[in-house]
Write a protein that binds this ligand. Structure first.
Ligand code: C2O
Ligand code: CU
Ligand code: CU
Length: 528
């Protein structure tokens, strides 16, 4: 089924164009009578240099095999200009903020030679990718932390098309907050061209003083932990208020990644709506007409943006306060995020976006084991202790699942804040008929609400993590383990590592022997 972007009927120049193009597919001859007929969006390219201000350099591919992306990633401090004329010391991958774009096709293999040139230990976690357990980057769980000067080789297959990202999993509020994050795009060559040209938008924030130096990591003390730290400087692809050039009617597929520690991004552009295509695990079941793009920390949203302003206009995509609980919108203005300049070129007729995008079978939850997970916050003397079911990470027993089992997790949030819940290793479905069906790895559970998610632990046994993606909350204990047990495996392989290990612990548990990441099941359309 095809849905046309109805909003254009309200815009005089395009309304004209659409009525002029009543007979679709018959291209008008270049006669004077047809001079008012507009070209189709697919027939023109984006304006020259449209994304120059937003480019994220890809990582250099060292492997001649077209289906293997082999890259070096080095975590290291770098001096970058974020505020005009000021040098800021940030932590980067390969000296870039955000880190290099990792882009390949679904089914391709990725090999990362990682080197840690930071003064502290770190790991890389591949947020949302279905990697095998020992590639997950969970320190003390799936691998030892990579010490300063140390190296680690990651290897996995990109099994699912979509927009993902990578970031450290040690002391993550600090390390991500200082700039360690990068985008991953897994292309599906079957995606319709009508979605438009891809634009990756990595959203984040930082708190900088007047000299451009980052404020201390513990800025705001325990209040910073309780609220989560929102930096005062908003960043799009590591830049402050970059410019994007667009042409009226010429579509772009925005791949929006929220890499901030705590900030929710609620994006609006006056006079525009967006066609949401999906999020965490690629396309949703249907496209959805939305007036704002809301992305909680860790989440992704893919949406088609159809510029609708007349040629020569200038507008700004705004960050709009989003109510993520106690005081989070109080007295806060909207903020400018991305300047959008519509070039002086004739408008084009936008392409139709299909309404049906992908078949998403609901997970069969009959007889599924239920587990209740309540987000909990306690004030213990002067410090804030967070957790699930009243237990901070280091004191909690792992949840258990047997390989092949389906479970329903009841996420209960009685706290005063919304929490973006994230599960490693598996995609889940939110059991809520009001939502367009899609596969998720991160979902915001609003304050004073409850949400059920269904997960099938169909493969890749091991010890996985789940946590709130407000990274201060995770570091304060709102995090847990999930042990997916393979009953047929020998005792040692399914034995759990110590559950009393803090994220930064340097103790040495035994790690599962690396297994081949496996060939990609050629199933980009089906359920993961
Ligand atoms: Cu993006 Cu465990 O996190
Ligand atoms: Cu993750
Ligand atoms: Cu939280």
């Amino acid at each position: 089924m095809i849905r046309f972007t109805v909003r254009f009927l309200l815009l005089p120049p395009l309304a004209l164009a659409l009525s002029a193009c009543g007979e679709r597919g018959s291209s008008a001859p270049p006669s004077s009578a047809a001079a008012t007929a507009l070209e189709r969006a697919s027939a023109v390219s984006q304006p020259e240099g449209w994304e120059d201000d937003l480019k994220i350099a890809p990582a250099q591919d060292l492997n001649p095999d077209p289906h293997v992306l082999e890259v070096n990633l080095e975590a290291k401090p770098a001096e970058l200009e974020i505020l005009p004329g000021k040098k800021t010391t940030v932590w980067t991958y390969n000296g870039q903020l955000p880190g290099p774009l990792l882009r390949a096709q679904v089914g391709d293999r990725v090999i990362v030679h990682f080197k840690n040139s930071l003064p502290v230990a770190t790991t890389i976690h591949w947020h949302g990718l279905r990697v095998s357990n020992e590639m997950d980057g969970s320190p003390g769980i799936t691998q030892p932390p990579v010490e300063p000067g140390g190296e680690f080789r990651y290897e996995f297959v990109l099994r699912d098309a979509g927009t993902y990202w990578y970031h450290p999993h040690v002391d993550s509020a600090v390390e991500v907050g200082r700039g360690l994050y990068g985008p991953i795009v897994v292309d599906d060559p079957k995606d319709p061209k009508s979605f438009g040209d891809d634009l990756v938008l990595v959203l984040s924030d930082m708190s900088l003083d007047d000299d451009g130096q980052p404020l201390p990591d513990d800025n705001g003390g325990q209040f910073g932990v309780l609220f989560g730290r929102e930096g005062s400087t908003l960043l799009v692809n590591g830049r402050v208020l970059p410019h994007l050039k667009v042409r009226t009617g010429k579509q772009q597929r925005w791949r929006v990644i929220n890499a901030a520690r705590a900030r929710y991004f609620n994006l609006r552009l006056p006079g525009h709506r967006f066609e949401r295509l999906g999020g965490d695990n690629g396309l949703a079941a249907r496209s959805e007409d939305v007036y704002s793009i809301v992305v909680s920390p860790g989440e992704r949203t893919d949406a088609v943006f159809t510029p609708a302003d007349p040629p020569g206009s200038h507008k700004v995509l705004q960050w709009v306060p989003f109510d993520r609980g106690y005081g989070s919108t109080f007295n806060r203005p909207r903020e400018d995020l991305l300047a959008i300049d519509t070039v002086d070129a004739p408008p084009v007729t936008p392409e139709a976006i299909p309404e049906t995008l992908r078949a998403i079978e609901p997970i069969d939850v009959s007889g599924a084991k239920e587990q209740r997970l309540a987000f909990t916050i306690a004030i213990d003397g002067k410090s804030v202790v967070m957790g699930f079911n009243g237990k901070a990470y280091e004191h909690a027993q792992p949840l258990e699942a047997r390989l092949g089992e389906t479970q329903v997790w009841d996420l209960v949030n009685d706290t005063d804040f919304a929490h973006p819940f994230h599960l490693h290793g598996y995609f889940f479905q939110v059991l809520d008929d009001t939502r367009v069906p899609e596969w998720k790895d991160t979902v915001s559970v609003p304050s004073k609400s409850e949400m059920k998610i269904a997960v099938k632990f169909d493969e890749r046994p091991g010890m996985w993590m789940y946590h709130c993606h407000i990274l201060e909350h995770a570091d304060a204990g709102m995090m847990g383990h999930l042990h997916v047990i393979d009953p047929s495996a020998p005792e040692s392989a399914s034995a759990s590592p110590s559950t009393h290990m803090h994220m930064t612990s340097h103790a040495e548990p035994t790690y599962a022997a690396p297994t081949d990441a496996g060939p990609a099941p050629a199933d980009p359309d089906g359920a993961p």
